[in-house]
Ligand binder design. Sequence first.
Ligand SMILES: [Zn+2]
Length: 303
Amino acid sequence: MIDFTEIDSDGEVWELFARDFLEEIGFYVESSPGRGADGGKDLLVTEQLRGNLNKYKFRWLVSCKHYAKSNKSVNERDEINIQERLDSFKADGFVGFYSTVPSAGLMTRLEQLKENGKIKDFRFFDGKLIENYLVRIGYSRLLLRFLPESYKKIKPRHLIFSDYIPVNCDYCGKDLIENHHEENYTGIVCNAEVIDDGGPNKVVGVYFSCKGECDKSLSDKYWREYKAITKWQDLSDIQIPVFYLEWIMGTLNELKYGRLEYTDEAFQKTKEVTLALAQIVMREMTEKEKDRVLALGQIPDWI
Ligand SMILES: [Zn+2]
């Protein structure tokens, strides 16, 4: 999904990426990846650990290795003198930040160091784990800056409001836009409409659901309670900009020409899915635009 070979293989940009990434997930970066006198490419980051009575600083030595081009794993020969490197920086633990994976031998080596009490802990951020972070909400700027081609493919969700808005299945609760980049066509939004020969049709309910059983249970419910028929659309389709607009314009037109009436609850749900999908369809705001939103008072009253 993410192609790390987009990042230049000389390693320097990979180190900058590691720095920004670790900062983003909450580490304090003590030293930037400058070409230090030590000649190494290690980063030092710290995190606060909370004990019962006290806070503790835990310092990690981060080794950045970018072998995505050759696609080879990082082995013991690539990571020499681990313990000495930790000692010289007074680091407590070791982090391997790799665009590929650590070799089994390197894993064993670190496990031994930990068992023998030479290092307190170790962690690996391998390509897959880093990818898992990047496709989540909130990392789109990092992705856009370092991996612009992958960004285009993934179309990451981004925050428009202070909190992420999910589209949860009204039957099983699953977030239907969590893996939206897979374009899996598994989630739908449905209008439950009561046909009225005399006047406009009435939307008595709008629900979000997985295709299949969840949808069936909900549509049965609306049939039983209201004799309402359900009209559905794929969430994966409404995420396509032109269909997203069609979705909004269609609703506006139906209201304008009196073809549909909504219950308050149904209308609220229509707004909810429109807002949630905007996190996918719309572009990321620039810093300047964010400042402007803040200056004008950011709590919108039109939700
Ligand atoms: Zn479901």
